[in-house]
Each structure stands twice: as C-alpha cells, then as structure tokens.
Design a protein around this ligand. Sequence first.
Ligand code: FES
Length: 111
Amino acid sequence: MFKSKKLMDLSALEDGESTAVVANIKGEPRSLIVVRQGQSAFVYLNTCPHIGAPLDFEPGRFLNLEKDLIQCAMHGALFTIESGNCVAGPCLGKHLTPVPIQITKESIYLA
Ligand code: FES
C-alpha cells in the first residue's frame, strides 16, 4: 500500500472522461485536471500555460468534443492527454504542469 495521499478512486471516473479535484500540492490547495484512459490516468495542474487561467469549460469538463485532447476554455489551446504538450493555440510549444501520481487497480494516489 502506498503512503501517498489518495486522490480518487478510478471507478469514480468513467473511462475517457475528465474531472477536477482539489488537492494539497506543496502545502497549497490546487485544482487538478484528471483524465482517465483505461487503467491509466493523467493529472495536471488546472492552470493554462498561456495566461494561467483554469482550463475547464464547466467544473470538471476539460476535453474537446472528440475527447482526445484537453482543451482550454479561455482561448481554445489544445493539449495531448498523455503528455500535456500544447499542440494548437496561443501556448503552442508549452505544456501543462504534470502532477506525479501512482495508480493501483482501484485508486489514484499523489506520488
Ligand atoms: S488561457 Fe488557455 S489558451 Fe489562453
């Protein structure tokens, strides 16, 4: 069992969907983007590298219509789910800030 802090159960998020959670990162409560892909999950700070705005269209909604990229609601930047790299928009070449995690069969933990 990990000693790290549990972020959420995988079963709380449908495969291919995103959500927002708040967790303490370096002693500060931060909003996080969580995207589930099968038994994997990708977690980033909910802060766009363009001007630092939160990305969600509505709370927890981060994905484009095709649900294959993370999209910023502010100016439409697109980021790959797996790497957080910006592939289109005003912050092209920058990336979301990844949050290290560990995953068990059931749960996502902060690493
Ligand atoms: S704040 Fe995200 S694209 Fe401008």
